[in-house]
Design a protein around this ligand. Structure first.
Ligand SMILES: [Zn+2]
Ligand SMILES: [Zn+2]
Length: 450
């Protein structure tokens, strides 16, 4: 009788254990040759991973759930640092899945973890904020908040990452480490990622992966590139101080307008005379403010503008030269100057530079999920992303995922009031996120055990 009870308990334990490990993965650690870090993808293992993840991501109930989440967020867009309902939705779904999270992080952000709870750690990121735009697309689930709209696809990013969370939770017992899920605020303000980093979300994280949907590519196409990808976007505001006085007696004044004028001209020489013509950079002075009267030399003049470059070195060098040139021109004209590069109303975003090793991993993941024919090498883009702030700290890769579908009007660029997406992108994004993290941890484990 006692033996029978023990046997029954053992049988129950075995059946619950096998239920926790999806049979479709059948993952077993293996011994590999020394070069496995260079060639970490093994066809047989990947075939089962691909089938498993794509299968889970495309289950009708899963697809419908992601669509519902995306539409719920789309109907109630929230601007930077106001994402209270969105992050409440994220927490609600994480709780439903039994995933632990930290909140609030950087005011409204949520950081969750799936896996063993131990290193190695790999991070996946989604942004949650909307834009101050009046939606003009005529959709049943259009924005219900006047003057606010998800016109950059962050509602889809959040939904995809929740989809990935759900798949990863199903695969949790076979994860070879921990996946950190970052739901960040305020991407559009260029500050969300920096604030999340300040709160320690990258602590001990080996690598990070991010996706942005884009109208430039048809649905199902994924594009990225190694190294320089998106431009860094910096801003500056220089207040040049002279000495005000009567315009009829300039010798008794120190004219800040002259210093501002020569600064503007000299700044253009940085691009035309110092920069490699094949290395795209921009300096634009877009604000000039000085004076109120025809016969008064003003006390001060303000110039402000933006600068862009694609590489970290070029970006930092450009900022350094901007500062040198304005200070030197102010000095030539006996003025003093105060230059602000980090004003809240014009945050600086570094260039988005993909780590070549992580890019290669992401490219192979993309080959697996959308196929080699749909995995493209993107050109450089002049847009900027605050994902770049993560890439400044740790290696990672950023990927653009197509949503273009003429039949449903998904043709508009981000920030258009008509912005529309093909929601078929949701399971693709969830599968890419999942596979990136799962195989990254698996490969690390294989390499360390070889
Ligand atoms: Zn945007
Ligand atoms: Zn965006």
């Amino acid at each position: 009788m006692i033996n029978l009870q023990v046997l029954l308990i053992v049988l129950v334990l075995i059946s619950s254990l096998s239920a926790a490990i999806p049979l479709c993965l059948g993952f077993q650690p293996a011994t590999f040759s020394d070069n496995c870090c260079l060639n970490p993808f093994l066809a047989d293992k990947n075939a089962s991973l691909k089938d498993c993840v794509i299968g889970l991501a495309n289950e009708p109930e899963m697809v419908e759930w992601m669509r519902k989440i995306r539409r719920e967020i789309h109907k109630n867009p929230e601007l930077a640092y106001e994402e209270l309902a969105t992050s409440s939705l994220v927490r609600r779904e994480l709780e439903e899945m039994g995933i632990k999270y930290r909140w609030p992080v950087a005011k409204t952000g949520v950081v969750a973890a799936v896996g063993s709870g131990s290193p190695p750690f790999v991070a996946l990121r989604a942004d949650m904020d909307a834009l101050p735009i009046q939606e003009l697309a005529d959709l049943e689930h259009k924005s219900q908040v006047d003057g606010k709209m998800h016109a950059c696809g962050h509602d889809a990013h959040t939904s995809m990452l929740l989809g990935a969370a759900r798949i990863l939770k199903e695969l949790e017992s076979s994860l070879q480490g921990t996946v950190i899920l970052i739901f960040q605020p305020a991407e559009e303000r260029g500050e969300g990622a920096k604030d999340m980093i300040k709160e320690g979300v990258l602590k001990d994280v080996d690598a990070i992966f991010g996706v942005h949907i884009i109208h430039k590519f048809p649905i199902g196409v994924a594009a990225s590139r190694p190294g320089q990808f998106l431009a860094g976007c910096g801003s500056f505001k220089a207040i040049i101080k002279g000495k005000g006085g009567h315009a009829a007696a300039p010798q008794e004044s120190i004219d800040p307008i002259l210093a501002a004028a020569t600064s503007i001209i000299s700044l253009q020489h940085i691009i035309s005379r110092e920069t490699d013509p094949l290395d795209s950079q921009v300096v634009s002075v877009s604000i000039v403010q000085a004076g109120t009267s025809y016969n008064v030399i003003p006390e001060s003049a303000t110039i402000a503008g933006t600068y862009r470059a694609f590489g970290w070195k070029g970006f930092r060098d450009l900022r350094e030269r901007l500062e040198e040139v304005i200070k030197a021109q102010a000095a030539v004209h006996r003025c003093s100057v105060k230059i602000d590069f980090d004003g809240k109303e014009h945050p600086t975003l570094p260039p988005t530079v993909n780590d070549e090793r992580i890019y290669e991993h992401a490219r192979q993941v993309s080959n697996l999920i959308v196929g080699e024919e749909n995995t493209k090498v993107a050109t450089i883009f002049t847009g900027s992303e605050d994902f770049a702030s993560y890439l400044e700290k740790i290696p990672g890769s950023f990927l653009l995922l197509g949503i273009r579908n003429e039949k449903i009007g998904a043709i508009y660029p981000p920030h258009s009031p008509y912005y529309t997406i093909d929601e078929d992108v949701l399971p693709i994004g969830a599968a890419l996120h999942t596979t990136f993290a799962y195989s990254y941890l698996r490969n690390l484990s294989m390499c360390s055990s070889s």
